[in-house]
Design a binder for this molecule. Sequence first.
Ligand SMILES: C[S@@+](CC[C@H](N)C(=O)[O-])C[C@H]1O[C@@H](n2cnc3c(N)ncnc32)[C@H](O)[C@@H]1O
Length: 242
Amino acid sequence: MEFFRRQLCSFQGKHKFKHDNEIMNVPMQENNNLTTDGRVLLKAASIYDLVQPLVTLGQEKRLNNWLAAYLRAAPASHILDVGCGTGLLTAAIAKYYPQASIIGIDASKPMVQVADKKRQSSNCSYQTALAERLPFPDETFEIVTSALFFHHVHLKLKEICLKEIFRVLKPGGRIVIADMDTPYTKLGWALSVGAWLIFRQPEIKENIDGKFEVLIPECGFVKLEKPARFSGYISIWSAVKG
Ligand SMILES: C[S@@+](CC[C@H](N)C(=O)[O-])C[C@H]1O[C@@H](n2cnc3c(N)ncnc32)[C@H](O)[C@@H]1O
């Protein structure tokens, strides 16, 4: 059992599993020397797109298409996707809004490389960067979105990332975030609690306990709404830079 847990955990970043990965001889972070407390997916890059539909109980495409439509972006909008991974959401947004410019950032170079390889639209691009230190000037984006990133960072980092997002948003700009929340179905509970226990990931427990949502208004956002839920454990939050 412990062997399988270690194998699963090896798909996540080194820093949280220093001891485990030293034993398994996993190489040091391959993400352009970006150092973060976040759980960066390195080895998972090659299989991520196969696993994600399973993890979302077959809802991956529906979720990303729903998010893209919900952004209601004006034609020339600048949109940022934080923790973009292999670009599943970024690509859906780029397709939905051909006249907008979309940038996806992720701390994992392998994930960004996969995203870039699949890139089909000229209106989207990808960068290796940290959510807690976004490489953009203040007030750059009309919309910042993010899917399933915040359960990869601990509570303090969740707050720092939200404040960074606030900084790069234009006044009146919007956030639309999809992430793990208090589950609302039995399967959702099983998946969330299972992931928390298997990965020994307190960041997930924080989301299960509803601690993420509370941070959104604390970081200056107003008009907080929760317009939809998916897969028994994922919620969508929308709010505006006040
Ligand atoms: C579960 S994946 C979500 C990917 C994508 N948004 C999706 O919906 O498929 C979480 C991503 O967060 C990234 N990540 C973790 N810590 C990060 C940080 N501090 N800054 C940027 N990305 C980070 C991981 O490398 C991983 O690709």
